[in-house]
Structure formats: structure tokens, C-alpha cells
Design a protein around this ligand. Sequence first.
Ligand SMILES: NC(=O)c1ccc[n+]([C@@H]2O[C@H](COP(=O)([O-])OP(=O)(O)OC[C@H]3O[C@@H](n4cnc5c(N)ncnc54)[C@H](OP(=O)(O)O)[C@@H]3O)[C@@H](O)[C@H]2O)c1
Length: 411
Amino acid sequence: MNSTFTLRLLSRGSKAILQQRPIITARSISILKNSRSANPVKITFNGIKPSKLNQLNQVRAIQTLDFGGVKEQVHERSDWPKEKFQKLFENDTIAIIGYGPQGRGQSLNAKDNGLNVIVGLREGGRSWKLALEDGWVPGKNLFNINDALSKGTIIGNLLSDAAQKELWPQFTPHLTKGKTIYFSHGFSIVYKEETNVIPPKDIDVIMIAPKGSGRTVRSQFLDGRGINSSFAVYQDATGKARDRCVALGIAIGSGYLYETDFKKEVFSDLFGERGVLMGAIQGLFLAQYEVLRERGHTPSEAFNETVEEATQSLYPLVGENGMDWMYAACSTTAQRGALDWYKPFHDATKPVFEKLYASVADGTETRRTLEKNSSPKYREELEEELREIRESEIWRAGKTVRSLRPEAKNK
Ligand SMILES: NC(=O)c1ccc[n+]([C@@H]2O[C@H](COP(=O)([O-])OP(=O)(O)OC[C@H]3O[C@@H](n4cnc5c(N)ncnc54)[C@H](OP(=O)(O)O)[C@@H]3O)[C@@H](O)[C@H]2O)c1
């Protein structure tokens, strides 16, 4: 019998090293690589799944993995089976403040995982109505923010980042010795000069930051999977903050947990969304589309060659196998051009990325976000900017292209 499990997120060059396996030691670890196929890396631990190993031996599933030559520890779900974290938190009340995508996903997951969870919201707001629809009961597990804060021993601050600043004075009287506060973003703590979010010294301050939307936090949990999250300990007053952070990370729906610190998390997060995840990609799409249009190409041709082929065909393959695989697998014509041109694009954009990182690191991005988001005209101004993108030719062309997809036609 030879069972395997699959780590889709590892790069193809990854090696796995087992740690802390006192009873069963893996006699063999094989890494099966298929460098020319879409198959992910498969790792066999002597024919036994790591989760099974855990059940058999209560061994920790912390693994040290080699990420392109750098070793990092990864915690996984089997490290904290349900019964174990239920025991750890049996005397805790987890008060989730805020019911945006993260508050909703994390609170429902932790409740379904058998923890004592309450939700704290402003009464009558949009979130309050949603929480009622989801079955939270006023006076039982749904409270106004103040009451939830007073009842919680572990407080999840999952308000919007702007509201975290605004409501912080309401939090502080309830942050008494021995309590824990957790965040899903390093924002409020790292930029404390702007936010004034400064917790007292005698509480634990931790972070569990899911790497995806709160909707995915919930949907992956319901699918029996778990989202990747990073975690960090900012303040360890009880001496137990790290273990409790990992356990809570699993309880709210993480599958894998990667350690970071608050600063690195917020820097990489703000940098990434302004860069390749959203800002840079819209800039690149638009520049390429404009050049094609200015040279006489039709909107459909310009869109297909810029966005549709990228998102529908190439990027999923890059996600599955890496850009190295993509370069090896494409036509020789595409290969030659891509090899010659990635360097000029790299050289042209790297200074912009440097400038962006500096702007994140010196707090400019945060000040701008807080200032813009707390303006009374925020919604109106935002709507105007979004309208500009929505009504631009490229995304109007995209709407038509998408309407031609078989799944859209079959609706
Ligand atoms: N969204 C993501 O994908 C994501 C991913 C990872 C981490 N995070 C982090 O997770 C945290 C929560 O983010 P989110 O996107 O889930 O939430 P969000 O949509 O930014 O915040 C919504 C919550 O904040 C409440 N709120 C806003 N202003 C308020 C005020 N003045 N008084 C009382 N409540 C107020 C809203 O209540 P009402 O409905 O009553 O207005 C709602 O419950 C943030 O730190 C964020 O950076 C988010």
C-alpha cells in the first residue's frame, strides 16, 4: 500500500524534511516530480499520509520545507485536531468584532468547530442583519460591540481597518490582564502612529491573516479544506501566545499556517495588492491594450490578446505549474519573445516596485488609505473612480468577450 498526499503550493523544486516524529520515523520520503506535466508535487511518507501518522502517534505535523533553497516551517491542520483545540479553548469566549467577509467566515468556522463564539456588532447595521440571517441570536451569541468586548477572553478585531482606528477607545477598557486580542492584518498595530492602536502590555497580541477573501475562508472550510494563513505573535504576555495562535488559526479555518511578523505581513500585503495582484496588473493590461488599439487592432483582438488569453488559459497553467514550466511548454516563437522581453519589462517596472515598497514602509500608503477612507465623501469619490474603470473601453470590451463564454451562454 502506498498512499500519497499532495502539496499543491510547493514549488516544483521543493524538498520536504520531517521533524519531530518521535515514534514513527519516516523510512522514506519520496518526492515525485513530473517536470513536464500539470501534476503537482507528490510526497509519500513511507506510504502513510501525514494526517494518519498524527492520529497514530500524536506527532506534530510541523514541517520544515525547502522553498527554493530557503527553509521555512509550515504548520498544518493535523497539528491541532478539533478535540485538542476544543480542550485548549474550553474556558474561552471568542468574541469576533465585525462581520465583514473575514468576521463572518472566521466566526462561523470557529462556531462549527465547537468553540464558544460570540459576535459583536453595531446594532441594526448591515452586518447585524446578516448575522441574524446566519442564525446568530441576540443576547445569546450576538451582542453590541461593548457587551461582546466585555464577555470575550479572546477578541478578534475584524472591523474594517479604518473602523479599528475609530473604535479603539471602546476596546481598551476591556483589554484586561491575560486576555488575547487577534487581528487578521498587521495594519493597525504596525502603523500605530496613525491608528493609535496600542494594546496594554499584559495581554497577548497575535495575528492570523488568511491569504484570501473571507468568502474563501468559509467555502474552503465547508469543502473540508483549509485556507493558507500567515500568523504572528506581537506580544506574548501569557507565555502561551504562539501555541494559542496556531491553534486558533486552525480553528477559524486555516489549513496551513506560515509564520511571519506583523510588519512583514502588512508590508507584503499592501505591496502585493498595489503591485502584481491588482495595481500593476491593471496598469500593464491597460498599457498593452492601448498600444494595440492605437495600432489599429479591434477591441476584441486587443482584449483577447491581453486579458482573456492570460486569465483563461495561461495564468491557470502558471498557477498549476510555474512560469518556468510555461516557458518550456509554449511554442518556440512565444518562447523566444518572452525570454527576450521579460528583462526589459523587469528593468522598467522594478524602480516602480522599489518606490511602492518605500511608500508602504514609510507609512504614506497607510496615511492615504485612512485619510481617504474616513472622508465623508468616501463612497461618492470611490464610485467615481470605479466608474471610470468600469466604463473604460477595455473592460466594456471584456464584458462582451465574457458573455461569449460557453458557461455565460448556457445560463
Ligand atoms: N477582506 C479580505 O479579503 C481580507 C483578507 C485578509 C485580511 N483581512 C483583514 O480582516 C479585517 C476585516 O476585514 P473584512 O474585509 O472582513 O471587513 P470589512 O469589510 O473591512 O469591515 C466590515 C466590518 O466593519 C464594521 N464597521 C465598519 N465601520 C464601523 C463602525 N464605524 N462602527 C462599527 N462597525 C463598523 C462593519 O459593520 P457594519 O456592517 O455595521 O457597517 C463590518 O462588520 C481587516 O483587518 C482586513 O484588513 C481582510
